[in-house]
Design a protein around this ligand. Structure first.
Ligand SMILES: *Cc1c(COP(=O)(O)O)cnc(C)c1O
Length: 485
């Protein structure tokens, strides 16, 4: 294991120069008596290193983590694609970093124009009428969209509509957001082909149904082909259709959710539209709605009239309350706007086509080695599983995922979706080349072979990482990131 910065320390070595202290000797006399006890008696114990030591240390540390620029990152559902660097240089431009939301509108017309255009582009891409850019995460978008559904039913006097139906393949945030928004969740068991069981849906839908929430493509990486039928059932009781559009990278330019029966949806700009994410960094989860729901979106929307762009509060009487300070995470909107501008309509469609082709290619290459429950063509991701390895050699999906770290890859999403035992949810994204897909497939196949020849080693993996297996549960409950000094 490499040395810590404290171990690198050598007394008297420095990587900085401070200006000469210009405090008069008398300054101590000016400190009120009661604060003197807080004065340090001895110097803090800090590492003493040269600038080069420090830089080498941090460069080395940075490589201990996994990131997309280091290697393929097939974390299903999370869309860890490469984010073009041009987004970053534009987002750092002084024109953008130095503006403030309290500035007079006439001085920020350019920023408002970008937001206005992004509202319009996302509406166009999704087939929705209007979009709010306020929510700052996918789950936050879900919450906002569900509050809009709630407001719609309240507005119509349907106070008893308090149930949201969703399939058991739903992304974990879906039931959580429903509960937070005050709804009761009704779970629907998926059919053996991984799709919504519309027969069962007909049985449980009722007057108290507020809506239906569907992840599409679903978490099995399959397109839910019966959306129109589901929408007819839900609309027949004046329920609303919510689409979890976090993974819209499978549908760009191919399907417009607003045209197949969805009424509300969220986008994850930090997945589909290539803005950086992970590590809990800032996100953006805009929400699009059909015409009859526009008046419930949080105010303001960005409007345009003959004088230019403005903050449109005209629907504030019916709007749900704001869901974020000011207008959302502008720097992410900006990156997404650049992404859409750079690619254009055709480019966006290619994004989805390539995401789908890449996933199917990997699925095809891995199929002889790993069990895959749903063998039909997938969308942007697929779910393989380790049931064969578990049954034959006692090697779990966790072991396989840990071994991948030794081979220089991030693990796929594992043990999700819950309906597939030993699940490995693999999403290569469209930014990977044929060569890198092949290299990843080779690594997975090598592991499948190791399972047969050396199962014990797999229980030990990872063997090469600075930290071996951690107790995930304890790490969450007793997080301690301090260096013991
Ligand atoms: C990522 C994801 C979410 C949640 O998005 P966050 O920005 O992490 O809150 C919701 N649904 C699906 C299908 C997702 O993949």
């Amino acid at each position: 294991m490499s040395k810590t910065i404290f171990e690198l320390s050598s007394p008297g070595r420095k990587g900085y120069t401070l200006p000469k202290c210009d405090l008069p000797d008398t300054f101590k006399a000016e400190i009120p008596q009661q604060y003197l006890k807080f004065m340090r008696k001895s110097a803090p114990r800090l590492p003493e290193c040269s600038e080069l030591d420090v830089i080498r240390h941090f460069i080395e540390l940075s490589h201990k983590n996994h990131f997309i620029e280091k290697g393929l990152y097939p974390l299903g559902s999370c869309t860890m694609k490469y984010n073009p660097k041009v987004h970053e240089s534009i987002a750092r431009h002084t024109c953008f970093v130095n503006i403030h939301p309290y500035q007079p509108l006439c001085t920020v017309q350019g920023a408002l124009e970008i937001m206005y255009e992004l509202q319009r582009d996302l509406s166009e891409i999704s087939g929705m009428t209007q979009v709010t850019l306020q929510p700052v995460a996918g789950a936050h978008g879900e919450f906002t969209g569900l509050k809009v559904i709630h407001a719609y039913h309240q507005h119509n006097g349907n106070h008893h509509k308090n149930k949201i139906i969703m399939p058991d393949s739903a992304h974990g945030t879906n039931p959580a957001s429903c509960t937070l928004a005050g709804f009761e969740v009704i779970e629907l068991k998926s059919r053996p082909d991984g799709r919504v069981d519309t027969e069962q849906l007909r049985q449980i839908v009722g007057d108290d149904t507020a809506g239906f929430m569907l992840t599409n493509p679903n978490t099995l990486g399959l397109f839910e082909s019966q959306v129109e039928e589901i929408a007819a059932i839900i609309h027949s009781v004046d329920g609303l259709m919510y689409m979890d559009g976090a993974n819209l990278n499978a549908l760009l330019g191919i399907v417009k959710p607003g045209q197949i029966g969805f009424d509300v949806m969220h986008f994850n700009l930090h997945k589909t539209f290539s803005t950086p994410h992970g590590g809990g960094g800032p996100g953006a989860g805009p929400v699009g709605v059909v015409e009859k729901l526009v008046k419930f979106l949080p105010a303001p929307l960005i409007g345009k009239n003959q004088d230019g762009y403005f903050l449109d509060f005209s629907h504030k009487e019916t709007a749900i309350s704001k869901v974020h300070t000011f207008y959302g995470n502008f720097a992410l909107m900006l990156r997404a706007w650049v992404y859409i501008r750079m690619l254009g309509a055709e480019g966006l469609r290619k994004v989805s086509e390539n995401a789908i082709i890449n996933a199917n290619y990997l699925k095809f290459r891995l199929a002889p080695y790993f069990h895959i429950e749903h063998t039909e063509h997938c969308m942007h991701e697929f779910v393989a599983d380790g049931t064969k390895q578990k049954k034959e050699q006692g090697v779990s999906t966790l072991d396989i995922a840990k071994r991948l770290l030794d081979k220089g890859y991030h693990a796929p999403t594992i043990y999700f979706p819950l309906i597939i035992p030993e699940a490995m949810m693999i999403e290569p994204t469209e930014t990977e080349s044929l060569q890198s897909l092949d290299a990843f497939a080779d690594a997975m196949i090598e592991i499948a072979k190791e399972v047969e020849t050396n199962p014990d080693m797999l229980h030990q993996a990872p063997l090469t990482t600075p930290v071996r297996r951690v107790d995930d549960v304890r790490a969450v409950k007793q997080l301690d990131v301090k260096f013991p000094i």
